[in-house]
Design a binder for this molecule. Structure first.
Ligand code: AMP
Length: 172
C-alpha cells in the first residue's frame, strides 16, 4: 500500500480554498499500481459472491468497472441527477451549503443480490451514506461492504455509515 499511497498527490485549495484534493491521476496512470489496487480489492472479495459492484459518479466508476470485471460481477452506476436515461429512484443529502442528490435506475438489481459499493474517497460520508440509503430504501439486496481507495479519517465520514462495514486501502 505504500507505493499506492505514494502515487496519490494532494492539491491544496482545489477546487476551492480549504479543500486538500486527493488527486489519484498519477496512480491511475501507472499500470502496475492500478492493477495492484484492483487486485487487492478483488482478493478481498473473491469469496464474497458479489453480484453487482456499484460505482459512485464519477471516479467511483473507474474502480467499480475494473473490480466488477475482476470479480466476474455486474456493475451499476449511481449518478448525479438527470444523467440516467431510464426511470430512477432519488436520494437527497446535505452538503455544507445546500443539498445534492444521487440517482439509480429502478431496475438496477434483482431481489437477494449481493452488492458492493465503491468510491474513490470517503470524506464527510454524505455521498456514500445517501447511496446506501437509496439502495436500502428501494431494493431487497444485501450491501456486503463499502469500499474506498482513500479515507480522510479526520472528517469522521464513518460515523454517517451506521452499521455498514467500510474498508479503505489508504487512510489519511
Ligand atoms: P463526501 O460525501 O464528503 O464523503 O465526499 C465524497 C465524494 O467527494 C467522493 O465522490 C469524492 O470523489 C469527492 N471528494 C470529497 N473530498 C475529496 C478530496 N479531498 N479529494 C478528492 N475527492 C474528494
Amino acid at each position: 500500500m505504500t507505493e499506492i499511497s505514494a502515487a496519490i498527490r494532494t492539491i491544496p485549495d482545489f477546487p476551492k480554498p480549504g479543500i486538500h484534493f486527493k488527486d489519484i491521476t498519477p496512480l491511475l496512470g501507472n499500470g502496475v499500481l492500478f492493477k495492484q489496487t484492483i487486485d487487492a480489492l478483488a482478493e478481498r472479495h473473491k469469496d464474497h459472491s458479489i453480484d453487482v459492484v456499484v460505482g459512485i459518479e464519477a471516479r467511483g466508476f473507474i474502480f467499480s468497472s475494473a473490480l466488477a470485471y475482476a470479480l466476474g460481477a455486474g456493475t451499476c452506476l449511481v449518478r448525479k441527477p438527470g444523467k440516467l436515461p431510464h426511470t430512477v429512484h432519488r436520494q437527497a443529502y446535505e452538503l455544507e451549503y445546500g443539498t445534492d442528490s444521487v440517482e439509480i435506475h429502478q431496475d438496477a438489481f434483482t431481489s437477494g443480490q449481493r452488492i458492493l459499493i465503491i468510491d474513490d474517497v470517503l470524506a464527510t460520508g454524505g455521498t456514500v451514506a445517501a447511496t446506501a440509503k437509496l439502495i436500502q430504501t428501494h431494493f431487497d439486496v444485501e450491501i456486503v461492504e463499502l469500499n474506498f481507495l482513500i479515507e480522510l479519517s479526520f472528517l469522521n465520514g464513518k460515523e454517517k455509515l451506521g452499521d455498514l462495514p467500510a474498508y479503505s486501502l489508504v487512510t489519511y
